[in-house]
Design a protein around this ligand. Structure first.
Ligand code: P6P
Length: 336
C-alpha cells in the first residue's frame, strides 16, 4: 500500500476484500475514527477547559468519574445511538446496557467500550485511551439485549483502541491483521503509520504493579523473581515498565514485545479476579494481541475463550508476546 493512506481509504480497501460486505461495518469504523478525533481534541484541551478533575460522582466500578470520562462517554453514545449500525451498547461507566433509543433504527452489531481508560492519570498528562469491541448480534430482531453483548471474545468482528498520548493513535483489527493510524491533527486525518503490527514472539520487558506484590500468588512471585534473575542466554533480567494506564502499557507491549500483567489479588477482597474488565478491556486487547501474533490469558485459559457472565466481569490478564505469556502460565500452573 503505497503513499499516504487515510483510515477511510484503508477501510474501503478492507471492505473490497470482503465481497459480501454491506458497508455497515465500514460505517461503524468511520464513526469510531470520528469519535477518536473528538475525544482527542477534548483530552488535549482538558487542562485549558477546566474539565480536569472529577464530577464528584462514583461509577459502577466504585471509581470517581472524571469530567473527561463523562465527556468521552457521552461522545460515544451520541455518535452511535442513531447510527443504525448497533442494537445495544455497554460501557465501563454504565451499570447496565445502553439501549438504542426507540426513535432510532437498530442494526446488527453491538459495541462495548471503555470511553476513557486510565482517566485517573489525565491530570498528570499521562496517556489515556478508549477501548472498543464490536460483536454481531445473536438475538433475532428488535432492540438488542444483554446476551448480544455477553459473547465470547473470539467472535468479535472489530476490536481496538485509541491512545491519546504524544500523538493520537487508532489501532484496530477486523480479524485480518492489526493496523495503526496516527492522527495528523493539522488535516484532521488518521494516516496509516503502522501497517500490519506484529508483536515479537518474546520480549525483554515485563509490566506489572509491583506495589501489589503482597497480593500475588506464589506463581506470580516466582515468575517475577525468575524474570529479574541474571541470565544473558535468556535475555534476563527483563526491564520493568509500568505506566498504570492499560492502553499505554499494552501499546508499548505490542510494539516492543514482553508481557503486561494484572493478576488476581487473592487477598484483596476488592479485586479477587484482578482489576481489569473482560468485555471492554481484556477481550478487545486480546483480539488485537492475537491478530498481532501474541496472545492473552487469564493465567489458565485464553481470554478469547472466556464466556462472559456479566457486563463488568473482571479477569486476571496476562497479555503480550506468546512465549512470555506461555511462560507466565507455566509458573502459575506449577506454583499456583
Ligand atoms: P493500578 C487505570 O485506572 C486502570 O484501569 C488501567 O488503565 C490500568 O492498567 C490499571 O487500572 C492500573 O491499576 O492498580 O496498577 O493503579
Amino acid at each position: 500500500m503505497a503513499g499516504i493512506v487515510t483510515i477511510e481509504r484503508h477501510i474501503v480497501e478492507q471492505e473490497r476484500k470482503n465481497p459480501g460486505a454491506t458497508g455497515e461495518l465500514s460505517d461503524l469504523l468511520y464513526q469510531i475514527a470520528l469519535v477518536a478525533k473528538i475525544i482527542s481534541r477534548s483530552v488535549r484541551r482538558a487542562g485549558l477547559l477546566n474539565i480536569l478533575g472529577t464530577t464528584g460522582e462514583i461509577n459502577v466500578q466504585d471509581e470517581e468519574v472524571m469530567k473527561l470520562d463523562e465527556l468521552a462517554l457521552q461522545t460515544m453514545i451520541n455518535a452511535f445511538d442513531h447510527s443504525g449500525a448497533l442494537c445495544v451498547m455497554a460501557s465501563e461507566e454504565t451499570p447496565d446496557i445502553i439501549p438504542i433509543p426507540s426513535e432510532f433504527e437498530v442494526g446488527k452489531y453491538t459495541l462495548a467500550f471503555d470511553p476513557l481508560d486510565g482517566s485517573s492519570n489525565v491530570d498528570a498528562n499521562v496517556n489515556v485511551g478508549t477501548i472498543f469491541s464490536v460483536h454481531r448480534r445473536v438475538s433475532r430482531g428488535g432492540r438488542g439485549t444483554k446476551n448480544d453483548l455477553l459473547q465470547v471474545g473470539r467472535k468479535q468482528v472489530v476490536a481496538g483502541y485509541v491512545m491519546y498520548g504524544s500523538s493520537t493513535m487508532l489501532v484496530y483489527t477486523t480479524g485480518q491483521g492489526v493496523y495503526g493510524f496516527t492522527l495528523d491533527a493539522t488535516v484532521g486525518e488518521f494516516l496509516l503509520s503502522h501497517e500490519n503490527i506484529r508483536i515479537p514472539p518474546k520480549g525483554k520487558t515485563y509490566s506489572i504493579n509491583t506495589g501489589n506484590r503482597r497480593y500475588w500468588t506464589e506463581g506470580i512471585k516466582k515468575y517475577i523473581d525468575y524474570l529479574e534473575e541474571e541470565d544473558k542466554s535468556t535475555d534476563r533480567p527483563y526491564t520493568m515498565r509500568y505506566i498504570g494506564s492499560l492502553v499505554a502499557d499494552f501499546h508499548r507491549t505490542i510494539l516492543y514485545g514482553g508481557v503486561f500483567m494484572y493478576p488476581k489479588d487473592m487477598k484483596n477482597p476488592k479485586k479477587p479476579s484482578g482489576k481489569l474488565r473482560l468485555l471492554y478491556e481484556a477481550s478487545p486487547l486480546a483480539m488485537v494481541a492475537e491478530q498481532a501474533g501474541g496472545r492473552a490469558s487469564d493465567g489458565e485459559m485464553n481470554i478469547l475463550d472466556i464466556i462472559p457472565n456479566d457486563l463488568h466481569q473482571r479477569v486476571p490478564l496476562f497479555i503480550g508476546s506468546k512465549e512470555d505469556v506461555d511462560q507466565a502460565e507455566e509458573f502459575l500452573k506449577k506454583y499456583g
